[in-house]
Design a protein around this ligand. Structure first.
Ligand code: GAP
Length: 512
């Protein structure tokens, strides 16, 4: 199966098992908007808890807030979103389809990278154990040709990005013969800028309604509450404010399922620091955030940093944590050193003094900020894509198993009486009563045990507990583990501790 086909299968699986549904489906859906089903919402909540606890409980100097989505419209002028939160768009004149010019070029570069990796894989297969990858990359003519092409286009693209030269974007697209996937032609319009904020009006029109925006990031809710939190919490710099909440962007090229949505959720943390210390804190937060990801056990090799070559005018360092999605390494989280741009601008636009008095140095300053910003939905996609596995079984059949990191799994344990009679359902119900206060669970008595296991594998339940006739006499049950499919007899009173060890968020946090 190609990665593309695998991705389609994953999307279908997410729908079939209640993780994610297209929004407004009975009205044929709403593009790039999705609903979380009964499994998806629990996975999402577990991810949010892991982030929230890691931020606010493991760091004494980080507190959380929950600010409103609607904010004063001047905020978006101060933040730069009204003037500069734009995407470069280009239309194909034949298909009338609209694309993001930068995405067309990045996809083109991604295809060259794929060609290089295919060449390297061929070499590996041909030369076996004696394969020297570094030498192969440095000498193979096909790799060198593709690499030279990549370098040339990449250098032009970076230069155009730095200079905001949109005519050059178009020229790169034409020179590389990047065609519209629908019409197959290279008949492109000029590149135009398009603001991504959704707007609406507050108050009735007769009142002279105010144009307001749906927030495109949660961060500004933190900046405008800096003084409130600092004063009421008697916070001393360095300190952080964390927030989880919805954000909205009118993405034109919204695609790849929940990777790029129009309504999504962010988990953002602004860390307020003394000017001049920002590069040390930037480094520290890069390490801390990478550790948080790798701690989930989805393979350190599936993450990488991508340092920004073009820095926003207010930033003096920025990096992305990229994850190896089915469509390649893409941004999962951004870490930015934002200087005092936001607080400084809010000070200017609001006329309120936003400063910190440092009692030790007897000086006042506008704090600098390190921001960590991760999309909840992208994190859900990373977990789902990494977890989806099809495995052959000994009997010649196969099983689909979601190897979701156990502390994030929507359902932690399934309890099943072997048969629906002989007092087994009653004992199974007692087991449920033992476990339900600590773990999300499902009780299932329909179909064969094999079928029930398959259903739990498909939603990623780490443990299945079967109550059989022996259980009535020995007080033990069979516990089957999701990944190894190993079964063992466990006393009912020991079940809680056994499950807890593997699924506990506390243990996950302890490892950080
Ligand atoms: N406050 C900084 C900020 O918003 P960003 O890089 O634009 O920075 C941060 O967004 C994160 O939010 C991204 O790394 C991504 O995970 C997520 N994100 C951004 N746009 C998104 C979209 N349209 N759909 C889903 N997630 C998105």
């Amino acid at each position: 199966m190609t990665q593309d086909e695998l991705f389609k299968v994953l999307v279908a699986h997410c729908k079939e098992y209640g993780f994610i549904f297209p929004s407004s489906e009975i009205y044929d859906g709403l593009a790039a908007v999705y609903d979380y089903g009964q499994m998806g919402v629990q996975l999402k909540n577990n991810i949010k808890n892991y982030w929230w606890e890691a931020m606010t409980r493991l760091n004494e100097n980080i507190v959380g807030i929950d600010s409103a989505i609607f904010m004063h419209p001047r905020i978006w002028e101060a933040s730069g979103h009204v003037g500069a939160f734009n995407d470069p768009l280009i239309d194909n004149k034949d298909s009338k389809k609209r694309y993001r010019a930068d995405v067309l070029i990045e996809d083109y570069l991604g295809k060259i990278e794929e060609k290089i990796e295919k060449e390297v894989a061929k070499g590996r297969k041909k030369f076996g154990d004696s394969f020297d990858e570094a030498q192969f990359r440095a000498t193979n003519p096909n790799v060198l040709r593709e690499k030279a092409k990549w370098d040339e286009v990449h250098n032009r693209y970076v230069a155009a990005e730095k200079a905001n030269d949109f005519a050059e974007y178009r020229q790169i697209i034409i020179d590389c013969n990047i065609v519209c996937p629908i019409s197959g032609t290279c008949n492109w319009t000029e590149v135009r800028q398009f603001n991504l904020m959704f707007s609406t009006s507050m108050g009735s029109t007769a009142d002279g309604a105010n144009l307001i925006y749906l927030r495109p990031e949660t961060a500004q809710g933190i900046f405008v509450n800096y003084l409130n939190v600092q004063k009421t919490g008697r916070m001393k710099i360095p300190f952080g404010i964390a927030q989880i909440g919805k954000a909205f962007r009118n993405e034109i090229v919204a695609r790849q399922f929940i990777f790029r949505m129009r309504e999504f959720e962010q988990m953002e943390m602004q860390f307020f620091i003394k000017p001049g210390t920002e590069l040390d804190w930037f480094k520290k937060w890069k390490e801390t955030r990478m550790k948080w990801h790798v701690n989930l056990g989805m393979g350190a090799e599936n993450y990488r940093f991508h340092d920004h070559e073009k820095l926003a005018h207010y930033a003096n360092a920025a990096t992305d944590i990229e994850f190896n999605f089915p469509f390649g390494f893409k941004e999962l989280e951004g870490i930015h050193s934002r200087t005092n741009f936001d607080l400084g601008n809010h000070q200017k636009f609001s006329g309120k003094k936003i400063e910190y008095f440092d009692p030790e140095e007897n000086t006042s300053y506008t704090p600098y900020v390190i921001e960590t910003s991760i999309g909840v939905d992208r994190m859900v996609l990373a977990v789902l894509a990494h977890s989806y596995t099809v495995e052959p079984l000994e009997n010649g059949e196969e099983r689909v198993v979601m190897r979701i990191p156990a502390p994030l799994a929507p359902i932690k344990v399934a309890v099943m009486p072997l048969v629906k009679k002989d007092g087994l359902p009653e004992l199974a119900q007692k087991v449920v009563d033992e476990l339900k206060y600590d773990f999300s669970y499902q009780y299932d008595e329909k179909d064969s045990i094999g079928k029930r296991y398959r259903r739990q594998d498909a939603i990623g339940t780490p443990f299945c507990v079967t109550v059989d006739h022996d259980s009535l006499n020995d007080g033990c049950v069979t516990v089957r583990e999701r990944d190894t499919m190993k079964q063992e007899r466990v006393k009912i009173e020991d079940l809680r501790d056994m499950i807890e060890k593997k699924v506990s968020l506390t243990n996950l946090l302890r490892n950080l």
